[in-house]
Design a protein around this ligand. Structure first.
Ligand code: 5GP
Length: 205
């Protein structure tokens, strides 16, 4: 190998997206356990905390006025309205972690993934999909976090989100009871991306 050729890869910006109820949180929890130089962004939202959620850990919970102030002053890398609530990724978290050489993981819905693609074409976009729409419907129906009306609204949004898979780089299926396979697939994608001869270099400004 040429003396000045380096196989060091720059940090990745990884988007984990997909419909509500598909298991993004469970996948992210497993990716966190790997103890690698990674940052998992904590989004801002205007939705109310669920039982067991902690401000600053699960989300930064804000009132709408504060959220929109952050958004209008450019403090959010992307933001989207989902089921009547705002969600957005604080820009500073992403740029600081990338500067420190950490791979950054965003857990966002489909509109947000589209925004990131436009802002940072070098981001790695992974769509987490259910094995079937029916499996997703059962999972959303069984969740205790939403009432039946909200679950039905999320399922309707999911139908539209599933149609957007073609805009992603990768599709990983999270089958019922087989979380470890989905996590292994994502780790394999990260490894392959890090071994690219022409690495993706994310520029955000
Ligand atoms: P939940 O209310 O279930 O926590 O989140 C609703 C949806 O918003 C999920 O698909 C979740 O991944 C997505 N989401 C969470 N944070 C963000 C964010 O910062 N930006 C965008 N665009 N979506 C987000």
């Amino acid at each position: 190998m040429d003396a000045d050729t380096s196989c060091e890869s720059p940090p990745l910006l990884v988007v984990i997206s997909g419909p509500s109820g598909v298991g993004k949180d469970s996948v992210i929890d497993e990716l966190k356990k790997k103890n690698r130089p990674r940052h998992f962004t904590v989004s801002a939202t205007t939705r109310s905390p669920r039982a067991g959620e902690t401000d600053g850990v699960d989300y930064i919970f804000l009132d709408t006025e504060t959220f929109l102030e952050m958004r209008n002053s450019g403090q959010l890398l992307e933001s989207a309205e989902y089921s009547g609530r705002w969600y957005g990724v604080p820009r500073s978290q992403v740029s600081e972690a990338l500067k420190q050489g950490k791979d950054v993981f965003l857990k966002i819905e489909v509109q947000g993934a589209g925004t990131i693609r436009a802002l940072a074409p070098e981001a790695v976009l992974i769509f987490l999909a259910p094995a079937s729409f029916e499996e997703l419907a059962v999972r959303l129906g069984q969740r205790r976090t939403e009432g039946p009306e909200e679950a039905a609204r999320r399922l309707e949004i999911a139908r539209q989100e599933l149609a957007q898979v073609g805009r992603y780089d990768y599709c990983v299926v999270n089958r019922d009871g087989r979380l470890e396979e989905a996590v292994a697939d994502i780790e394999a994608i990260i490894i392959a991306e890090k071994c690219r001869v022409a690495p993706r270099r994310v520029k955000l400004d």
